[in-house]
Design a protein around this ligand. Structure first.
Ligand code: SAM
Length: 221
């Protein structure tokens, strides 16, 4: 069992605190290590992108334990999260910190098409009347914690933005891991994506309090 990265000096009034959903990803990737090594091979350095990196716990865990030689891009709309991921990486794996870059952007809007080998997203998945707006300029007037959680109708507005673009985001060997709660109706999402020609597997499922969390893996067929 791999150890959990140390996360220190993160301002949890502004940045999502690692929670049950974050830990699901750590356990999931422990199981997925062999699959990823086999799929990605050793010839070309893989590019891993985590959308919505928060404290950086998932990216750091992946770098430390699962794909130590990949190149990492961490994105978040929250400027404090963009700083936190780099601090967490440096704290846990100083010698590999040069492999991680952090960029403030929405989703993967600034990433060139069809380059991403592994996409990871623990999205704002809680159903709400709308996805909160955020400040594009600074970090003073936005409610970053609401933005980390609230996903609009069915909690799926932000997640569908990524799923609808997945074909253009992933490389030919690309694979995406996205987390869902039961209220996101993951079985319906899987069915819809299969009908669009994707292979979808539920690779992780866990009851967390009253919530059931699952991680779906999407592969281009
Ligand atoms: C549920 S939190 C997950 C944080 C971290 N990955 C973890 O698992 O602990 C969702 C994260 O997504 C970010 N986020 C929300 N909307 C986003 C968007 N449109 N583009 C990029 N990041 C976004 C939030 O700021 C937040 O850090």
């Amino acid at each position: 069992m791999f150890s959990t990265p140390i996360v220190k000096d993160v301002d949890y009034d502004k940045v999502y605190e690692p929670s049950e959903d974050s830990f699901c990803f750590l356990d999931c990737f422990e199981d997925q290590k062999e699959f990823l090594e086999e799929r990605l091979g050793k010839k070309v350095t893989p590019l891993l992108v985590e959308i919505g990196t928060g404290s950086g716990i998932i990216t750091t865990f992946l770098l430390q334990n699962i794909l130590p030689d990949a190149v990492y891009m961490a994105t978040d709309v929250n400027p404090s999260a963009c700083t936190s991921v780099l601090n967490t990486v440096r704290l846990n794996c100083p010698q590999r910190a040069c492999l991680v870059d952090s960029l403030r952007m929405s989703l993967v809007s600034g990433v060139r098409r069809n380059l991403v080998d592994v996409l990871v997203f623990n999205p704002p998945y809680v159903p709400a009347t709308e996805v909160p707006k955020y400040s594009q300029k600074g970090d003073d007037d936005s409610n970053w914690l609401d933005l980390a959680l609230l996903g609009g109708k069915d909690g799926m507005i932000t997640t569908w933005q990524v799923l609808n673009d997945l074909e253009e985001i992933l490389s030919s060997r690309g694979v995406a891991y996205i987390l869902f709660c039961a209220r996101n109706k993951p079985e319906n999402v899987a069915e819809e994506m299969r009908s669009r020609g994707w292979r979808v597997d539920i690779v992780f499922k866990r009851k967390a309090g009253w919530e059931v969390l699952s991680i779906l893996r999407f592969i281009k067929v």
